[in-house]
Structure formats: C-alpha cells, structure tokens
Design a protein around this ligand. Structure first.
Ligand code: IP8
Length: 257
C-alpha cells in the first residue's frame, strides 16, 4: 500500500487563483488506477488555498474576526478542489471517499493533537480509496491552523502496511538550490545528515520543499520508502507505484537503509 501526495503545484496553476490543471490531474489519477496498487491519496491546496490563506494570515492562527471570512472561503475553495480530484478518481475507475482534515483532526499550538487514522484503514479494508487534503482546521490554542498535505502524509505513515510515500511535485525532485538557479543539482538521496543547500524559495504558507524534507524524514523513520518525483512527466507516478526506478529524490532515514 502507498501514500501519495499530489502536490498543489501539479494539479493547479499556483500563480492564478483557483485554476485547475485538469489534464495533469486526470492523467495522474489514470496512472494510479493503471498501477493496480492500493493507495491513500492526499492532495495539496495549490491556488485553491495558498493565495487566500496567506492573505488572511491563517497560518499564524487567530488575530482578529476579519480572518473568519478567509477561513470559510479557503475551506470552501479547498473542498471545491477536492471535488475535482474525486471526479478525476471516479473517472479513472477508482472508488474514492473524502475525509476532510477539519472533521478528523484537532490541532493544539500548530501541532496535530487529535487524528483518527483508523478511519483510513477501515475504508481501505472496505476496498475504497481514502482521499484527504490540505485544509484549515481547528486549533485549541491558536483558534485555527493550516493542516498541510505533507503533515497528513507523515501522520498516516505509521499505518500498517505502508510501503512507499510518494510526493508528486512539478520538478524532478529536491535540488541542492532552487531548481531554476544555474548549476542546480538534483539530489538522488537525502538523509538527516545531508547538507541541504537549497534556499527553498518559500511562497507557501506551509513551507514548500523544506516541509517536504522535514515530513519526508519523519516518514522514513517509520521505515517507509520516501520518493519525490515529477508528476508533470507522463508515466513516472505509475512506475514509482510499481516500485520501478524513476528520476527523483529518495529520502532515507540513514544512507544504509
Ligand atoms: O498545499 C495547505 O496544504 P498544502 C492547505 O499541502 C492550505 O501545503 C489551506 C493552504
């Protein structure tokens, strides 16, 4: 069984509010179906969440009642994106069930305090494909918090039987500096001791590649194989799901794993 995160940068155009990349989304869901593998699917918020979440300063928690409108709008918009993902999965012949984080998690001071992973397991046992996504959630101390898809990936990685966690992004993997910078080198492997020279341009409220590395290492600690791959290149997700080699970065707990 595999955990997949379809990054918001792959399934949406992050520069333009609420813009779906329908072609990429439908191709990726078909690749999941074609692999024949059992998966839990997580997706990012992309331009359905990050733009307004940043404007409403939702990541910092409650500062004033003016933020409630942003909270409600972001929650509605990420659900809209989730509906597109569910439609694409159904179209690919899968049987998705949506599990919005705001209904299954409570945060305390930015940390996930309550989480119900059992519900994912039970739906999997039933034969369905659980789907969750980056969302705005309740925080007992800060009022509200951002629950990122990366965080859900690490929270779910302790479930029984997870072999691989695949982060599907819009670049080939993790680079030693921003990928568009001259001389940027794709890192084949990252361990806790790797010198990550990436300055990680950070437009995301939940921290872009830096968070991916942090959660990736937490997942690898559970002895789950972690791969970061490019979802814009046809066939890579399907191959990664079948355990075949593809260009990308592997995050390992130690280089001897
Ligand atoms: O796209 C962020 O989740 P991510 C969720 O997985 C919101 O980082 C609402 C911005």
């Amino acid at each position: 069984m595999h955990l997949i995160k379809l990054g918001g940068s792959v399934i949406t155009d992050k520069s333009s509010e609420k813009t779906l990349r329908k072609g990429a989304l439908y191709r990726l869901t078909k690749e999941i179906a074609a692999s024949g593998e059992k998966v839990i699917l997580i997706h990012g918020a992309g331009s359905f969440g990050h733009i307004l979440a940043k404007e409403g300063k939702l990541n910092g928690g409650f500062q004033g009642e003016w933020q409630f409108e942003y909270f409600s709008k972001v929650q509605k918009d990420v659900r809209e994106l989730n509906l597109y993902v569910l439609s694409a999965l159904l179209d690919a012949g899968l049987r998705p069930v949506s599990l919005p984080p705001s209904m299954i998690t409570i945060y305390k001071n930015g940390v996930m305090e309550h989480f119900v992973p059992d519900i994912f397991e039970l739906y999997l046992e039933l034969g369905m494909t659980p789907v969750s996504f980056g969302d705005v959630v309740l925080d007992k101390e800060k009022g509200f918090a951002i629950c990122s898809g990366d965080h859900l990936m690490s929270a779910l990685s302790s479930l029984k039987g997870i072999e691989t966690a695949i982060f599907v992004t819009d670049v080939d993997g993790i680079y030693d500096r921003p990928p568009d910078e001259k001389g940027a080198k794709l890192m084949k492997e990252i361990t806790p001791n790797s010198e990550i020279a990436t300055k990680m341009l950070n437009e995301d409220v939940t921290g872009g590649m830096k968070e991916k590395i942090r959660h990736g290492l937490l997942i690898a600690e559970n002895r789950v194989r972690v791969r970061v791959i490019n979802g814009l290149v046809e066939g890579r997700l399907e191959k990664a799901l079948k355990g075949e080699p593809v260009a990308g970065t592997e995050i390992r707990w130690s280089s001897h794993d």
